[in-house]
Write a protein that binds this ligand. Structure first.
Ligand code: SER
Length: 402
């Protein structure tokens, strides 16, 4: 299955069960939302999980682009990406967890053809303080379906942040080993998590109190790129439809190898999607996340050869990504061609030029301070506040001899 077919199969399955398509939101949440980026499919639905009626009804599904900087340091392994698409389904005070798990099982086995014997689930075993009991309904549902279950603690409690809707979750893992399945998800990394079904039953308040939500909802999320990897039996998410063009571009052009290749491919692709949603590089907030992604990719690229440059990236690689994410090249510009990668490409090249300039100016300064001895906190502050050189550059590209 191509990744487009996977999305279609997912949405068709939920349409058959009475779900409407929920709109996909940009990575940038609307004004007033304190988070920098949309980190999960449920994020735009938070008001509805808290009780407001949704205009689309009580059963929804979609594919939502997400960005997670919490996983930044894990990028380079087989399964983590900064930007990914999450396939999600929701019951807003409608059906229960047993129904959600059964429909999920049907989709994975009948819809996607994963043998039931390669599935394993985990469920919530109860809170440490004993106030919330183990999730017996989820456990019994899995047992009834013949899927082995592991009961875990706080790992199976999901929240989108310190406050807001939250609750116990049940995670579904697929066996990716060559040998027959063995062990459990917590003990064997060949069990790869693909899907999470959360029972949104509680509301965490700023003072830490937990109160029941007006209605109990279900929120599920499955990473598209990871599911694609599992369905194809690929060794990593980097051979999937959305990542392969980036891996090939960076590998063929610059001869970069993994894990560096994965970092470069992930970060430049993520930067393209962020640009496609209208963010511009800057020194704070979203703009700084974008700037860091580009700089991290360049730092890796320049380690072996500082002559490598982003102007060499084929524009088709950017346009393929923009198309997959349904993004116009210049959001808001009525005349912009939806597939024109020109603007994001030019911004990446411009950002590279600025970064080169910053390193050129910063290097003699850092060398001079270093010559006096190990850097102090005062030195870091001075380099940052007076010369715009953040610590990660001082300790990263500017720490190495030329
Ligand atoms: N909100 C849950 C997650 O992101 C399930 O959608 O994993």
């Amino acid at each position: 299955m191509t990744s487009d077919e996977i999305v279609r199969t997912f949405l068709d399955h939920y349409r058959r069960h009475g779900h409407r398509d929920a709109p996909e939101h940009p990575l940038v949440p609307p004004p007033g939302d304190p988070v920098l980026f949309t980190t999960s499919g449920m994020h735009p639905l938070t008001p509805y999980l808290l009780g407001r009626p949704h205009p689309g009804g009580r059963r929804l599904a979609n594919a939502q682009r997400c960005l997670r900087t919490t996983d930044l340091d894990e990028v380079g392994d087989a399964t983590h990406l900064t930007v990914f698409r999450m396939l999600g389904s929701w019951s807003l005070g409608d059906y229960d967890i047993a129904t959600s798990l059964r429909w999920g099982f049907d989709l994975l086995t009948d819809g996607f053809g994963i043998p039931a014997g390669r599935l394993h689930a985990t469920v919530f075993g109860g809170s440490d303080d004993g106030r919330i009991g183990p999730d017996e309904v989820a456990r019994d549902t899995w047992t009834g379906l013949g899927v082995p279950v592991e009961t875990l603690g706080e790992d199976n409690w999901w929240s989108n942040g310190p406050t807001g809707p939250c609750g116990p979750d049940s995670e579904i893992f697929v066996w990716t080993g060559d040998d027959p399945p063995t062990g459990t998800p917590s003990g064997d990394g060949r069990w790869v998590e693909v899907w999470n079904h959360v029972q949104m039953r509680h509301h965490r308040h700023p003072d830490g109190r937990l109160t029941p939500l007006p209605h109990s909802s279900i929120d599920t999320g499955m990473g598209l790129e990871r599911l694609e990897m599992v369905l194809r039996g690929d060794p990593s998410v980097f051979t999937g439809d959305g990542l392969r063009p980036w891996v090939e571009a960076a590998g063929d052009r610059w001869g970069v190898r993994s894990p560096d290749l994965r970092i470069v491919a992930d970060h430049l692709r993520a930067a393209t999607v962020v640009l496609g949603d209208g963010v511009r590089p800057g020194n704070t907030g979203r703009g700084y996340v974008l700037r860091r992604l580009v700089r991290r990719a360049l730092t890796v690229l320049w380690r072996d050869d500082p002559a490598r440059g982003l102007a060499e990236l084929p524009p088709q690689v950017l346009s393929d990504t923009l198309r997959r994410f349904g993004q116009p090249a210049r959001p808001g510009a009525p005349d912009s061609s939806p597939l024109d990668p020109g603007a994001p490409h030019a911004t990446l090249v411009d950002e590279e030029r600025r970064f080169r300039g910053l390193l050129r100016r910063g290097r003699p300064l850092v060398d001079r301070v270093r010559a006096r001895g190990p850097l102090t906190e005062h030195d870091y502050h001075w380099l940052h506040d007076t010369h715009g050189l953040p610590r990660e550059l001082v300790d990263g590209p500017l720490a190495r001899p030329r």
